[in-house]
Structure formats: structure tokens, C-alpha cells
Design a binder for this molecule. Sequence first.
Ligand code: THU
Length: 308
Amino acid sequence: MTALRNVELKARDPEPERTLHAALAAGAQDQGVLHQRDTYFAAREGRLKLREERAGDAAPHAQLIAYARPDQATARTSAYHLVDVPDPAALTAALDASLGTVVVVDKTRRLLLRDNVRIHLDAVDGLGSWVELEAVAPPESDLAAEHAEVAALRATLGMSDDRVVATGYAALLLEAGAATPRLVDLARGAMQRAYAPYSHFNVGVALRDEAGGLHAGANVENGAYPQGQCAEASAIGALIAAGGSAIREVAVMADTELIVPCGGCRQRLAEFAGPQTPVHLCGPEGVRRTVALAQLLPLAFDLAEATA
Ligand code: THU
């Protein structure tokens, strides 16, 4: 089966009532309110979510949605596959066990239709109000008509550049710290299992990769002392072996006043993380302080820059 396609645009909406009136005035048909719960799994290719939907008294309905969409703050094309799911609880358990759950997004969606454009007025738990446009494309379309429809409606609804976002709700929730408690739990487990019979100083590290996958590592010492390995190096190895390629969030944990990664491990993290990547410095009870990697490693060596 070929994938379905649509052109879509997402923006913050400080005035949802006003947007609703503008959409109705533009001829959009109100389809009522839906409650949607999207569970995102750590897919390696594209994105994968299970959507459970309730509308009024109708029976709940679930679909698995696999899609690929670039992150850009303009109207963008999404190619997707939809699969009806008769047993969402069982599928959630299976996908959680095999891929891992990235984040759960709960929202109330008011759906309006104008020609073949869906207008979503979303109230998202933890993220506030949003408006989203989705022009569904027939298979033969070159998408020009869909882009034109989205552009026209965008102007009508006042979706200005400063409100448009490049990412989706899942990424926004992760940036806001939705995965941090699970990252801290993983770092704690790794710390407890560390092999540190010489220093007696256990360290655990957990990393979130670009697909939302979580990986952990512990320090592993050696009777030939220089052969010992820091927890950061172990966690990076786990991320790479699992197919990850970038670090989006770090938790480092030890039972000391404030654990900070050693100098060498700051460089190791910088190979896969960006200057703004958050690094949570944790004690056994949780996060004590969060810093950006650039605070730990200013003027970082970057081979690409050095040889440009
Ligand atoms: N250690 C880490 O695992 N990560 C750090 O960032 C600091 C130090 C480990 C290495 C060694 O096993 C023990 O802590 C004492 O230095």
C-alpha cells in the first residue's frame, strides 16, 4: 500500500475562541470535540504512534499511525500509514516491550472541516492551545493545491510566523522534560549496578536519543586501573549499539553532593550532543541541577570546525 499524504502546519494559539470564530466565518463545518491519547514509540524509521480516540458516546476507536514528516516551521508534507487496532491495550504493551514508549500526548481536539482541509483546535495537556491545518491529498496530487489551501487558511486564521512550530507535540513535551523522570530512574538503576570495587564510587548515566529511545550505562572499573570506563562511555556505547545517533538529554547520577561528568566525558558527550543539550546532575533522589552541555564544555573542540 502506498502511503497517504497531507500538507500540514502547526502553530501556537493564544486565542482559541477567536480562531474558532474565524474558522466558522470562513465556512468551516464544526465536527465536534474528540479526546485523543497518542502513545509514541521509539521507532528507528519515521514516527510511530497509537491513537486512542473518544467522541461523545461513540465507541472508542484506536489506530496505529506510522508517518514520516520533516521538522520545519513551514507547511510540510507528511506521508503516513493508518492501521485500525481492535485491541489497543495489547498493542501498547507489545510495542512498549519491543521499542519502548517515548511519551504520551493527551489532548482535546475540536475538529472543523473546510473543503478538504481539517482544522484542529487542540488543547494539549501540558502544552496549552494550538491550531493545526491538515490538507489531505488525493494520490495523484502534486500537492500544489494543498499548499495553496493551507496558505490561504493560514492567513485567514492569523497563524503568524512567530507562532508556527517546526516539531510536533511529542517533541515539545520531551523538550519540556516529559522523559526526565524515566531517564532519572534508568540512571539510578545503572548506578546501583555499577562495577566500582576500587573507587567505591558508583556512577549511572542515562541518555535519550533522537528517536526518543532511552539508554543507560554504568562505570566499569578494572584491576588494571587505566582500563576502567566511565558511565558516560558505557551509556554512549549502548545508544550506538541500539541504533541511536544523537543525544538529546542526559542524566548523570552519583551519591555525592553534585556529580559532574569528568573532562574527557564532556568531550565524549559533545561528539553526539549539541551545546544546548540539557545535562541533569542527579543525586539518588533525583535532579539536583540542570546545565547545558556548553556550560560544562565551553570552547569545545569540534573536528569538523577545526579542519573546515
Ligand atoms: N566516573 C564516571 O563514571 N563518570 C564521571 O563522569 C566521573 C567519574 C567514574 C570513573 C571511576 O570508575 C569512578 O567514577 C571514580 O573516578
